[in-house]
Write a protein that binds this ligand. Structure first.
Ligand SMILES: *Cc1c(COP(=O)(O)O)cnc(C)c1O
Length: 392
């Protein structure tokens, strides 16, 4: 038994510790190996112990870890340039978590509203969306039950229905400053925005002179096969947030916006670790690897490969198909066996499988973006056994 009595109880964890990882594999304290299709919740986009990230971390650690956010540093500047060169945005602010980047997006939109829209402050968000665990981002989220959990909420986040334009239109009034959404809802159950909806939403927000904010904390950084998920829809948002994949496993996030929207002045925004060179150095390695020739095409190809395998499995076992974009996908079970499958997968021997069930009738896959087809085959074989053995 491991002694965990000092760890605050916030979730149910199995009685093991994870001690090492390589690529798509994790190893626990008893030496058991796990095929990892969770990768820290879509965080480790290059898998475990990526050599490029390790060397970036090592080299920067020897130079300087924290000169203070009062000064520019090289990795901060280089990563910001890399992001603006590869996107439709002009300005970047770095933070440490997805929630913090989204807090920044909310503040930026409200600031823009104060300056340009007669103090408009409402941000329309969506049912089942997930934007983080700070009070404002919980209020922005559409997770059932979260509205009363730590009441009172932060006001100003009316909820619309994803892929229903009129539900958005109905909520627009003189207080509306922005619409914020995940291009693919992650925690909500891997639900992609539809192409027409996204295009119409951009047109609608333009017509009313309100901002479009994309939360790409989960769907960004190559996850969908595009560097950024909104590029699947060929729309240009005003604000984008990144987290998870941008650090490939280290705590890094980013708030990006166009020049027109960049309205913070000194005193409005900050944070002790913003632009921390140790994390930004890793971010550079991540983005360079994601944008290397052929990398994103390979993600698209592997996404299609996984999709076909899942559809075949669904056919064989009489399930309800699958959905997703790139390597953010979910298998639709026809019954609420998700949590028990997740548990049984981890307990499999000699090798375990790490997957996740964002809803009881759904299994989500967020493998490393450099996962191999053989690893996908192995995962589907293991999953097939598990589902076949599950209660009918
Ligand atoms: C995970 C996630 C967040 C929160 O990120 P943290 O780093 O956990 O704060 C926000 N938005 C989306 C879409 C996410 O998936």
């Amino acid at each position: 038994m491991i002694d965990t009595h000092s760890i605050m109880y916030i979730t149910n964890r199995p009685d093991i510790t994870m001690v090492s990882g390589e690529g798509s594999w994790l190893t626990d304290n008893e030496g058991k190996r796990y095929l990892d299709f969770m990768q820290g919740w879509a965080v480790n986009c290059l898998g475990h112990s990526n050599p490029g990230m390790i060397s970036a971390l090592e080299q920067q650690a020897r130079k300087v870890m924290n000169p203070s956010p009062a000064f520019y540093n090289e990795p901060m500047i280089d990563l910001a340039n890399l992001l603006t060169d590869n996107s439709c945005f002009d300005k970047v602010f770095f933070a440490n978590s997805g929630a913090e980047a989204n807090e920044g997006a909310i503040k930026l939109a409200r600031k823009w509203g104060q300056l340009h829209k007669n103090k408009a402050f409402e941000i329309i968000t969506f049912d089942h969306s997930f934007h983080g665990r700070t009070l404002a981002t919980m209020s922005a989220s559409g997770k059932p039950g979260w509205d009363t959990m730590f009441a009172p909420q932060v006001p100003g986040f009316p909820k619309a229905t994803l892929n229903d334009l009129s539900s958005v239109e109905q909520l627009i009034n003189e207080n509306t400053v922005a619409v914020m959404l995940e291009p693919v809802q992650g925690e909500g159950g891997v639900i992609p925005a539809e192409l027409e909806f996204m295009k119409d939403l951009r047109a609608l927000t333009k017509k009313h002179n309100i901002l479009l904010i994309v939360d790409e904390v989960q769907s960004g950084c190559g996850r969908t096969g595009k560097l950024f998920a909104h590029q699947l829809f060929d729309v240009k948002p005003d604000i984008m947030t990144l987290g998870k994949g941008i650090g490939g496993g280290v705590p890094l996030s980013a708030l990006l916006c166009t020049d027109e929207v960049a309205s913070f002045v000194p005193g409005d925004q900050g944070g002790t670790y913003n632009g921390n060179p140790l994390m930004c150095a890793v971010g550079i390695s991540v983005i360079q690897q994601l944008t290397a020739p052929g990398f994103l095409d390979a993600v698209m190809a592997k996404g299609a490969y996984l999709k076909n395998k899942l559809l075949k499995l669904s056919d064989e076992l009489g399930l309800d198909g699958e959905r997703g974009e790139g390597l953010l996908r979910a298998l639709k079970l026809n019954r609420d066996i998700g949590p028990s499958i997740v548990e049984a997968a981890r307990l499999m021997t000699p090798q375990g499988l790490l997957i996740n069930a964002p809803r009881p009738n759904l299994i989500r896959f967020m493998p490393a973006l450099n996962v191999s087809n053989e690893e996908i085959d192995l995962m589907v074989d293991m999953l097939s056994q598990l589902i076949a053995q599950a209660p009918k």
